[in-house]
Design a binder for this molecule. Sequence first.
Ligand code: PMP
Ligand code: GLU
Length: 402
Amino acid sequence: MSVVSTYPLSQRVLQMEESATLRMTQLARNLKAQGHDVISLSIGEPDFDTPDHIKEAAKKALDEGYTKYTPVPGLNELREAICVKFKRDNGLEFKPSQIVVSNGAKQTIANLCLALLDEGDEVIIFAPYWVSYSAIVELAGGVPVLVKADIEQDYKVTAEQVKNAITDKTKMVIFSSPCNPTGSVFLRSELEAIAAEISKHENIFIVADEIYEYINFTDQHTSIGTIPSVKDRTITVNGFAKGFAMTGWRLGYMGGPEWIAEACTKIQGQITSGANSFGQKAAAEALLGDMNPSLKMRDAFLERRELVIGLLNEIPDFKVNTPEGAFYIFPDISAYFGKSYDGQTIHNADDFAEYILNEGHVAVVSGSAFGADNCFRLSYAASEDQLQEAIRRIGEAVRKLK
Ligand code: PMP
Ligand code: GLU
């Protein structure tokens, strides 16, 4: 949506969508500041604190003098730890020269789009998708091509759909697994079929966003980069925000072909100079140290998932999927379209999210931000008490709609 401005702003920013997840979170903060009792289930942020051993590593690094610029693509020590992690957890072989550490996975994705896309290049985005993919692609001059999976197919795009979306302008395919916002996890067989289609076109690159890797309730996580036919044109993106509860540390990374890592380093060298120094020392500890805190967080998310699915299923006409990872649930609420209460009519998912905020004082995010105008996203990274109360309020609000 374009915004009309009386200021001489660039078309780039005028054409850009504001991040819907961050906007809803701010709206909830504003309502809270006015004294309303708002429960915010809008942002994708673990409610846990960063594990102590990681915090200790950052404090130690500060005391040891890690207060200066690091090499632009990251401290060697961290890049080596990332190589160990990729091999250990994913079966991916990288040299440190193929790794770039950035200020969050968000910047990693921005670097990749700026490095690979020219004006008019098409990027296939599996929808429902994480809000920022389309905005970042457009910022880099690319054209998002949304390929949509609905709840009946467990929100997973098929190889056939990918095949039909590829044109001679396709440059990149991007998706997350486990997925934000649906929680879906691709099976190896599904990724093999998708890789088989992409491998027929030598100029298409895959950006595999695996930031929710450690919040996975299945017994498998497949990195598409391990599939031989696409190994040399897959860039695997990951980060510390979700699996280690480190959102505020702003640390993410990629592993991929060396020439792409070099291009991302060049861009990063002009834009941020690299990620913060002592945080990188702590990040190496996160990857190589005790993983038990992350496993405990995963188990807690699984318990909450069960709670939330049970409660949402009691609300009439909510179609609820079973997320296999991440900490979101993405119900289809289109059965409520056309219904009204107290002068407010629900025409679409934006209206629904606004109604739930105004009437129930629960902040969720409209599915339209994720390319699915029939759904809303609820983050269950909140306490069980908050989740219970929030879903009680959502149920009460929707039962008023006639
Ligand atoms: N990818 C996905 C799928 C996400 O949900 C997020 C949200 N944080 C990011 C990337 C960006 O992560 P970071 O906080 O590391 O920038
Ligand atoms: N990725 C999280 C979310 O989807 C954090 C907010 C953001 O970066 O968009 O809510």
